[in-house]
Design a protein. Sequence first.
Length: 149
Amino acid sequence: MIEPFDDAYFMKKAMDEAHSAYQKGEIPVGVVVVINDKIIARGHNLTETLHDVTAHAEMQSITAAANFLGGKYLRGCTMYVTLEPCQMCAGALYWSQLSKLVYAANDLQRGYRTMGVQLHPKTEVKSGIMEREASDLLKRFFVERRNLN
């Protein structure tokens, strides 16, 4: 039996958010937060739009999910994000006590693992879901940016 709400399904929803960011000229990172197979929060980078260096996709969705749940902890939640979180976002995820993180592409320069940041000890991590698609969108964005400047 095929599970309709698997990691690939939700990562596609996160990729939709990344495409929304791309269309706005934002670095194309997208997120969805899920509990019990239901999306409770969506987000994408808004740092340029809001003139706010903290307006990463993960930060937007942590706030939205906490508001939905009526509390600061994201226990029982899974975050699907198209790029490995940075150290700032990983710190926020640590404090939110997120149950599971699934990310598509590694960030070898600014990802939380490269920076030596730890997630909450109970947070399960899975990577590589739709990695090629997420990486290709990011590469295309930065090639286009370089050609504009």
